[in-house]
Design a protein. Structure first.
Length: 177
């Protein structure tokens, strides 16, 4: 919405404003580009001109959408899915991502999956088996081992810690003898 508003302020007509991508109807002047860039920065957004940076952002957005916002479980290999979505060879995308981000696409996905799993554990609406299925793991054991590698805790230990952090309201502020 912020991007659309800034484009309107500059009198720029747009065709598409999507996550991380804008298509305008006419070429914009250097002055308009600079003004748009400055105004977006004020909103906490960044205008990217570099094709590599734009590819990296698209990869991140696809991963974040897939892990945090999609209820659909991807049935194909993620590398094939990403290649198809991005219209680029996965090896190229993978090498570019590693070069720019200093981490692999796989590690980025694992980090986001771990955060999502933490979120699902904290919400307490699903058990670990359901979370494993929802997150596309082949088994609870696979989820657990990956979760432990990243956090140092098993999912069940993480859940216990979460439960221990909460204190009944009537006990808050009371000194225990």
């Amino acid at each position: 919405m912020a991007v659309k508003e800034e484009l309107r302020k500059l009198g720029l007509h747009f065709i598409v404003v999507d996550l991380g991508e804008v298509e305008v109807m006419v070429n914009i002047s250097m002055t308009q580009r600079q003004e748009l860039k400055a105004n977006l920065l004020l909103s906490g957004l960044e205008l990217m001109d570099d094709k590599k940076s734009m590819l990296i952002e698209k990869i991140k957005n696809i991963i974040i959408e897939m892990v945090h916002h999609s209820e659909e479980i991807i049935k194909v290999n993620f590398s094939d899915y990403l290649s198809e979505k991005m219209n680029h060879d996965y090896t190229y995308l993978s090498n570019l991502f590693s070069e720019v981000q200093g981490t692999t696409i796989e590690q980025f996905i694992i980090s986001h999956k771990t955060e999502r799993i933490k979120e699902l554990i904290i919400y307490g609406e699903h058990n670990i088996t359901e979370i494993a299925w929802k997150m596309g793991y082949s088994s609870v054991a696979h989820l657990s081992s990956q979760f432990k590698k990243v956090t140092g805790l098993s999912p069940s230990h993480f859940k216990q810690l979460k439960d221990k952090r909460r204190c009944p309201l009537e006990e808050v502020g009371n000194v225990k003898a």
